[in-house]
Design a protein. Sequence first.
Length: 186
Amino acid sequence: MGTWIILAVLAGIVLYGISLYNTLVKNRQMAGEGWSGIDVQLKRRADLIPNLLEAVKGYMSHEKELLEEVTRLRGQAVAGSSGSPEQRATLEGALSGALGRLMAVAESYPDLKANENFKEFQDALEETENEISMSRRYYNGAVRNLNVSVESFPSVLIANQFGFVKAEYFEIEDDADRAVPKVSFQ
């Protein structure tokens, strides 16, 4: 009878360890899914920028430096797309700030605001910024769950044994960069 009790306790411990491992795998996969969502939205935004710049070039000839800055930052963001969440957040934050300045300057061009192409790109960019925000919240929630699992006892024992590590949050550090560009001029 004592042997059965010991075997039942050992089986319970093994099953609990398997459950903890599966929870860690699920949380890691959810963080990966969240990062993929952010990546898709950032690529969509990067794809919109050249069209937006083309729409504003003719109207904003005096803003050449700003247009060049947006182009340069977009290139850096696309080139840095394989970086860590922290590196990517820095690049994307700078790009968001430049886009915000571009939209603010565009307000002083009434003909541009009336341009149908510009309005379409403006709406698409606003939608994309909202999607990026939602994707970032999902990703950061998934990272939080993974990090809690990786650091909590007793799952930390399983995490260390099988190489599960904490993930980085996708945060924009500069308060000025935290502001989502306002892209509505109505």
